[in-house]
Unconditional design. Structure first.
Length: 525
């Protein structure tokens, strides 16, 4: 038996690879940490079309729990099955296949305690509006988008990863098919020199092997890989315009290949409604295919340009939304949450940059403001930037990765620290319809944001009824742009002001500096 294991640091995805041999049953079980990746390698046929003609899977069993995991063909007669154990204990497995060399193989693995920085995959919290890792650690999303960074040269990818190492982002949206100039452009075997001369029945293992290396490297940095499966901007190659049967093959392949990595999220489409060859019924079907093909049950979303998909459908775990105006105030942000009834990430709210396009020339202050209003609305917001020498977004961070040069990034790191210090499961909007512009956890923790306004004081008025527990609060003035937190002397001892509000009658206001981008934090003492 051949067993190899790679250890990586800081939220890494440990991979245990087992090559199945006749001596396997007598060998000691592989030791895989919980939510790591156990990989079985089998040798089988390489003639014909192994993607269509050969089917392989393995059923894993532990203490009454049973998970069947599809495998995939990796070229040259190699088949792989990847499993991420969700629970501790001794797991036994047995393969099933329609070809004899792959069928009836068996083995065991021991799932051990996860490493300190392995918190498991991200899930939606029980309240339905926030995220947490599988071990319960809150996940406060501060994401970015770099569409084709993973498809650039190795040197450019290394530069992007070095940038991410010191950036605040914990999620990266990225395209599986190219959408701008890239080094890797052929996810399927070529059948000629033309743009459409490719065979959808033959995924190119080398392309996907290279891409999964990027997923692993993001995992080493503790960054979620939000994989965009379809988009309308692939230079007329037609990858997003496949037939239904070809789409099904593709989705099953990527689910089997990538689904065991705990940092994977599925984004079915970017601007899905601009892909004119697919109807809403087609998208519904593809979600059903993906969900059935993914026993690890990773997060799933879809993103629009104009026509919103119905995010209440059962296969959608969270809403991914493009809308810059919705996060220019907390009220429309909160409305999106109320209609989705799920977590909302405004993954695209226009970008900081110098693009010649109107969607790519926000100032840093404007982008940071949108993050804060989204936060007060109980939602999450995504970043990207379009700075380039030729004002072409395709060659910027948004298109190809590289370096970040905008002014928003350190302010988003500051916001992330604010979010991570807030109560679990996340920041909740508080009495949005009353115009309070408050969020947090009622009667415990409050954030009040003022945006571009320049108030010199704030009337410290909080919503609540006479029989509520009011308590006392210490206050801090937060300058969200200059990244300072200034404690306010004393406390605010709250009592009813009327039937709807409470305040401190001895201290009804709090002084503010009269500059934009201010916030106040109140914490119960």
């Amino acid at each position: 038996m051949s067993v190899s294991r790679r250890h990586v640091l800081r939220g890494a995805i440990a991979v245990g690879t087992v090559a199945a041999t006749p001596a396997m049953a007598a060998a000691a079980p592989a030791r895989i940490e919980r939510w790591g990746v156990h990989e079985i390698v089998l040798q089988g046929p390489s003639q014909g079309n192994s993607f269509d003609d050969v089917h392989v899977a393995a059923t894993f069993t532990c203490d009454g729990m049973q998970v069947t995991v599809p495998g995939f063909y990796d070229g040259e007669g190699v088949y792989r099955i990847r499993f991420s154990p969700p629970e501790l204990g001794r797991w036994s497995w047995r393969s099933q296949s329609n070809v004899e060399p792959l069928d009836g193989k068996a083995g065991v693995l021991q799932c051990i305690e996860p490493a300190r920085d392995n918190h498991g995959p991200v899930r939606v919290t029980r309240d339905g509006y926030h995220f947490a890792y599988a071990d319960g650690t809150p996940f406060r999303q501060i994401g970015t988008t770099s569409y084709s960074w993973a498809l650039q040269s190795d040197a450019k990818c290394v530069e992007t990863l070095a940038t991410l190492r010191t950036a605040p982002f914990n999620k990266m949206r990225m395209c599986l098919f190219p959408n701008v100039a890239s080094v890797a452009t052929n996810p399927f075997a070529r059948a000629g020199a033309g743009l459409h001369d490719w065979d959808p029945a033959r995924p190119d293992p080398a392309y996907f092997r290279r891409f999964e290396d990027r997923i692993r490297r993001l995992g080493e940095l503790g960054i979620e890989a939000d994989l965009i499966l379809y988009h309308p901007y692939d230079a007329k190659r037609g990858y997003s315009d496949m037939t239904r049967s070809d789409d099904e093959r593709y989705l099953r392949y990527v689910a089997a290949r990538f689904g065991a990595f705990r940092n994977v999220w599925w984004a079915m489409g970017n601007e899905y409604d601009a892909i004119l060859t697919k109807t809403v019924a087609d998208w519904d079907h593809l979600f059903e295919v993906l969900q059935a093909a993914d026993p690890h049950d990773r997060l799933r979303s879809i993103h629009q340009i104009t026509v919103y998909y119905d995010h209440r459908k059962p296969w959608i775990t969270h809403a991914s939304v493009q809308n810059g105006a919705a996060v220019m105030d907390d009220v429309p942000a909160q409305l999106h949450r109320s209609f989705a009834l799920k977590p909302v990430i405004f993954d695209e709210v226009l970008y900081e940059g110098n693009s010649d396009k109107r969607w790519g020339r926000l100032k840093g202050e404007e982008l940071v403001e949108r993050f804060w209003w989204g936060t007060i609305g109980g939602t999450y917001v995504g970043h990207s930037e379009t700075f380039s020498d030729d004002h072409n977004a395709d060659t910027s961070w948004l298109g190809q990765g590289g370096k970040l040069i905008g002014t928003s990034v350190p302010r988003l790191a500051f916001l992330r620290r604010i979010l991570e210090a807030a109560p679990a499961p996340g920041i909740e909007p508080i009495d949005t319809w009353g115009g309070y512009h408050l969020a947090g956890k009622k009667f415990e923790y409050y954030l009040r944001y003022f945006g571009a306004a320049r108030p010199s004081e704030w009337a410290v008025t909080l919503p609540g009824r006479a029989n509520d527990t009011h308590g006392s609060y210490r206050a801090e003035v937060i300058d969200t742009w200059n990244m300072t937190i200034t404690p306010v002397d004393g406390v605010f001892a709250m009592s009813p002001r009327d039937a709807y509000d409470f305040h401190d009658p001895k201290r009804p206001t709090l002084a503010l500096p009269g500059t934009p981008w201010q916030a106040v934090r109140l914490i119960k003492v």
